[in-house]
Structures are given as C-alpha cells and as structure tokens.
Write a protein that binds this ligand. Structure first.
Ligand SMILES: N=CN[C@@H](CCC(=O)O)C(=O)O
Ligand SMILES: [Zn+2]
Length: 412
C-alpha cells in the first residue's frame, strides 16, 4: 500500500539526516518544505519533497492536502493515564483555598487515587485507561509514556503495569512503561519508609523484571515524598534490572533531584518548575532531557518551568502533558504547546521541536518517531486548512486536526 499526500501547504519537522534531539539555539530551527508531497509505504515514510518532484508511479491512493499542514504526531513522554476515577472534589477544595500539599497531607492526593485504584478491577481499570488513550490519539499523540504509581502495593502496581502491557499489545501507537512505585508513601508505612523502600526493591522490582513490565524507573523526588537518598537507592536497584531512570524532580522544591538524575544517567528529569542556576548547570553536557509539564503549572497554579533560561543556556527541552487525575487532568498536547508559547515564552518552532523530536528522545524513540525522515514510522497529523503552523499554538482550545495517521493508517 503506497499512500501519497500531495500539495501539502507545509510539511514540518523534515530531517533528512536523523538527529537525536535539538538543544539551545537549534530549538528555534524547524525545517519545513512548502508545497510538498509525502509518500508512505505501509507503516513507513519512504519519500518526501517539493511538489515539482512528486512521484506518479505505483501509488495506491492519493490524498490532496491543499491548504493543510502535515507534522509528526506528538510524542508525550510523561503521563499517568492508568488511573481510576477522578479527583474533582480536590479541585473544588483547591478553588476554595486548600493547597495541593494540604490536600495530600489529609489523605487526599496520590493516596486518594491509590485507594480508588486498589478497589478497581483490572478490567474496569483497563477500560478507563483505554478511553484516555483513544482520546489522546485523536488529539494527535502518536507515542506515549505511561507510569504506574497509583497502586502502591505489590498487586496494584503490577495491575497497573499489566494494563500498560495490554495497551501496548492492543493499540498501534508506541507505548513505554515506567515503574513509579516510589510515588507516595502509603499510609500503612507512615514512619516506616525503609520498609516501603524494601518492598519496592525486594518484591515489586523482581516481579516487574520477571514479567518484563517496565522500560523505565521513576521516583517522585520531592520534599515530603522521597529524598535524594531514597531516590539513589531505588535507581541503583532499578539499574540491576536494566531500568533507565526518568524521574520527577523540582516540582515544588530544589533538593538535588536534578543532580541525582544526572548522576544516574537519567533519560529525562521532569517537572522542573523550581530551578536554581546550579540545577541548570548540572544538566549541561549530559544526555539527560529536561521535560516541562505546563498543564500541571496551569492546573495547580504553580510556576512554569523556566524554559527561556533552560534553552538560552544551550540545553534541550521536551514538553509533555503529565496527564493524571491530581495535577494535570488533560492529555491534550495541543494545549501543552499553546501553554508553552503563551506562558513559557517558547516560540512555535521551539514548542513543536520540544513536543516531537525531543519528546521522542525522552522515550528512547528518536530513531523511530519525532520527525519526517525516510524510514521512520508514518505517524503524522494532517491539519485542517490553516494559515500557518503558528496557528496551532495560537488558537488554543480549538481542535485544528483533521486526521491522525498512525503506522500509515488514518485513525480519525
Ligand atoms: N508529582 C507527582 N506526580 C504527579 C501528580 C500526582 C497526583 O497528584 O496524583 C505529577 O507528575 O504531577
Ligand atoms: Zn508526573
């Protein structure tokens, strides 16, 4: 099957030579071809270029994309979409003045979601999670990372990870699984943190490895959750099972989480709302991708990741949704790029780079996804007729996607 798109108003993120990620000033470079064609064979991109060189032979189907833009699907490298129910009552509590931390200290927050998840059957949880996955694919997401961390018992963490495994089998988008047993301390381990760390290290991890349920390991390294010392312990244990770290750091406080991630060669350090100059310095000349989650800053009314400082220091930056019930109940990457432009002063070019190739890198998928490159998987977004790609972040809240193609097939 050879599918040809013709008269594309602009084809974005074309990389003839594959790249791993873009950083610093290069984030402001978004290579495009105006009046372009794109040729797909089965699930792969096999050719693209200017319309004047458009192939005519051996084409199964042609789609005229006059007035429309094509770009790679979003790569959402940080989500928690396997969860049960919602936390809208906490949302109202926050509107009425309670803080996120006060809610968590009262048994709400992550522990509230853990209680709900523990009481939900695997089948029911799968259905809810599948619904969210379908929703984000229609919004243009073509690769996603999903974390555990709302189980917090051996059985429930395994339940979450088995659901992610099932989603991987049943859906055509690329999914990466992250084990986040150290998301919060369960109430029964209050004042017995070491016991919970032992449970993670000696019971959860071996079983997860045995069933091959995770690609990455995560810790919520934050004041009141897990210390740098705890994080070191867990990441060391994960290393024995070849689990690469991708960690939650600097959401509310800067306690050395970034440096800990760098020391353990984390693939990414995520959140980064509170960054010191030492934190930025620590990321220089490393392979660790900083990841910003503007949906969380928006929803919790906390500072936005200082994108300008990060990029202007020569570093790369990726953008992700953090889709979860407590701090970012939205998986809409289109809203994320809008927020990055509007609230973090990123340009549309920087935001698109951050949400495609850099997001792919933050999931170890930069060789398969994140750009229009020959040989890469044919996951792309076909927009409605629009004036320019800047309209994507500009028209926040408006869905400008006409179709989403995953492995060369239209989903929408
Ligand atoms: N910060 C830690 N974990 C999630 C939110 C957890 C929750 O409130 O349920 C996050 O990335 O924001
Ligand atoms: Zn998160």
């Amino acid at each position: 099957m050879r599918l040809l798109f013709t008269n594309i108003k602009e084809l974005l993120q074309v990389r003839e030579t594959p790249i791993a990620f873009v950083s610093g000033k290069d984030m402001a470079v978004l290579p495009t071809i105006k009046n372009a064609y794109l040729l797909v064979e089965d699930d792969k991109i096999i050719d693209f270029g200017k319309m004047k060189n458009c192939p005519t032979n051996n084409i199964t189907k042609t789609i005229d994309a006059t007035g429309k833009i094509i770009l790679p699907t979003w790569c959402d490298s940080h989500t928690h979409i396997v969860y049960s129910g919602n936390r809208e009552s906490e949302f109202v509590d926050r509107i009425n003045g309670m803080s996120y931390n006060a809610i968590a200290n009262n048994g709400g927050g992550i522990l509230n979601s853990a209680k709900k998840l523990q009481n939900t059957t695997e089948e029911a949880l799968y259905k809810q999670s599948e619904q969210r996955l379908k929703e984000v694919i229609l919004l243009g997401t073509g690769a996603i990372e999903i974390k555990s961390g709302y189980g917090l018992t051996v059985d429930s963490e395994l339940k979450m990870l088995r659901i992610i495994k099932k989603l991987k089998t049943n859906y055509p988008i690329k999914i990466k699984a992250t084990f986040l047993g150290a998301h919060a301390l369960p109430a029964i381990f209050k004042n017995k943190k070491e016991k919970y760390l032992n449970l993670i290290i000696n019971e959860m991890l071996p079983q997860i490895a045995k069933e091959n349920l995770a690609n990455y390991i995560d810790v919520f390294c934050e004041t009141g959750y897990f210390s740098v010392e705890d994080t070191n312990l867990i990441l060391e244990a994960g290393k024995k099972y070849n689990l690469t770290p991708k960690i939650h750091v600097n959401q509310f406080t800067s306690i050395g989480g970034v440096q800990c991630g760098v020391k353990h060669k984390a693939l990414s350090v995520d959140h980064l709302e509170i960054m010191t100059s030492e934190d930025i310095e620590a990321l220089k000349n490393t392979k660790t991708m900083p990841v910003a989650l503007p949906g969380c800053s928006y929803f919790l009314n906390i500072p936005y990741t200082p994108a300008r400082q990060i990029i202007d220091s020569g570093l790369p930056l990726a953008l992700a949704t953090d889709y979860n019930p407590g701090s970012s109940p939205s998986g809409n990457m289109n809203f994320v790029i809008s927020s990055a432009c509007i609230k973090m002063s990123m340009t549309p070019k920087e935001a698109i780079n951050a949400a495609t190739i850099n997001g792919a890198y933050a999931m170890g998928l930069e060789k398969e996804l994140g750009s229009i490159t020959i040989g890469k998987t044919a996951n792309f977004i076909l927009t409605k007729p629009i004036n320019s790609y800047s309209v994507l972040p500009y028209s926040f809240g408006t869905n400008l996607i006409e179709s989403v193609y995953i492995q060369g097939k239209a989903i929408k």
